[in-house]
Design a binder for this molecule. Structure first.
Ligand code: LMR
Length: 398
């Protein structure tokens, strides 16, 4: 049977993540995967998370099955985070949120919902995009295209080319958009450009699918929700995939949410029922632990305040590392400037390293980055920065 299994290579992120774990050099550095580590190089357990976890364990609740869509408290907390308190879209009951298995699970359930409703639609993803976007939507049965997004020469967004491409898509096409902290480039649309994108989607009858994996890592929780809020105000049908892996440092708990938003409150129940059936036939119902923690933090004012403070701390530390990285690289006099890195947001930076240089970084220095030149700046700290800078300088000099 399994002899006929097609070859199924892992995507570069997971392939290099596995290679990193097999790497035996003790001073190896992982700049591959999007995981935030603190100034000591550890994946933090946030204080708010620890408190919520302790309280949860003290309650010794039975390990009951969870509702397919997650609990009411989790869902309303997620909606508040996305759209703000008592906003029109929530008052009109135009949104339905389901707990998901990480942000990826939200994208997959959303893709399966869309496949049932728009079986022949094209899906457009940014060029470049997160490695898994194309694979995931193709696995859901869609034809996937790219829209222009990034200009490697200017190291900036190609907003006009992007808008032209969106305007050229057939009505009913699905557009995958990065809400903030664009993965992999770190280059985001500004508010005016977002308004133009929303307008192009409305005019062109497109279906936006907003991937919100990094809310709070760009400019702040409110600011990073701009795209979702603009689409909600525009009154279109759209989807949002939220991830709490990064913002709560809960990677292995696989906790996220899919939010479906309808222009018509009369249809949101049907959309939710379809999504629930897809969950039921996939993994039946979602796990408890991560959702219980996120719910407690979102619904308990003291924990919420502690969490937003810690999240801001992570955001500011990344920004500080960007500044230090640029200063240190510029001091190496490598014949090119690196200042674009400080204009980028979130965990990643398109460093401009070539595939050969990324390969040399791994081979000579045990420092793992993607061949596209994407590095995880959230994994830098004062301890590993000098070595990373020296290694980049070495491979750039050739
Ligand atoms: C990344 O892009 O590194 C993260 O989103 C982790 C992943 O699942 O790929």
């Amino acid at each position: 049977l399994f002899q006929s299994a097609p070859s199924a290579p892992l995507d570069p992120i997971m392939r290099l993540f596995e290679a990193f774990h097999q790497e035996t050099r003790p001073d190896k550095i992982n700049l591959v995967v999007g995981v935030y580590t603190d100034a000591q190089g550890r994946v933090p357990v946030l204080r708010a998370v620890q408190e919520a976890e302790r309280a949860w364990i003290d309650q010794a609740r039975p390990k009951q099955y969870r509702p397919i869509e997650g609990t009411a408290g989790f869902r309303s907390g997620v909606q508040r985070l996305l759209f703000g308190e008592n906003t029109a879209v929530l008052q009109a009951k135009r949104a339905a949120t389901l707990q998901s298995v990480g942000g990826t699970g939200a994208l997959k359930i959303g893709a399966d919902v869309l496949k049932q409703l728009l079986p022949d639609a094209i899906v457009a993803v940014s060029d470049p995009s997160w490695e898994n976007h194309r694979a995931l939507f193709e696995a859901a049965g869609f034809t996937v295209r790219s829209y222009p997004y990034y200009d490697a020469t200017r190291q900036d967004v190609r907003a006009d080319a992007m808008l032209d491409a969106l305007r050229g898509l057939p009505r009913g096409s699905i557009v995958v958009l990065h809400a903030c902290c664009h993965n992999p480039t770190g280059n985001d649309l500004d508010p005016a450009q977002w308004r133009a994108v929303v307008d192009a989607c409305v005019q062109g009858g497109l279906v936006p699918f907003v991937d919100m994996a990094y809310q709070g890592f760009g400019d702040g929780l409110e600011e990073d929700a701009l795209a979702a809020r603009l689409f909600a105000e525009a009154g279109v049908d759209f989807l949002v995939a939220s991830s709490f892996s990064k913002s709560f440092s809960l990677y292995g708990e696989r906790i996220g949410a899919l939010t479906l938003v309808s222009s018509d409150p009369g249809t949101i129940g049907r959309a939710e029922a379809l999504a629930k059936r897809l969950v039921r036939t996939n993994y039946s119902n979602p796990p408890t632990h991560g959702a219980a923690i996120v719910e407690a933090v979102l619904q308990t004012p003291a924990l919420y305040d502690a969490w937003t403070e810690e999240l801001a701390g992570m955001r500011h530390r990344i920004h500080d590392m960007r500044t230090r990285l640029v200063q240190a690289l510029d001091a190496q006099d490598l014949g090119r400037g690196f200042s674009a890195i400080t204009r980028q947001k979130g965990m990643f930076s398109y460093s401009g390293l070539t595939p050969t240089q990324a390969e040399a970084l791994r081979a000579r220095h045990g420092i793992y980055a993607l061949d596209t030149g994407r590095i995880c700046v959230a994994a830098l700290n004062p301890g590993n920065l000098p070595r990373v800078v020296d290694a980049i300088a070495d491979v750039v000099r050739g």
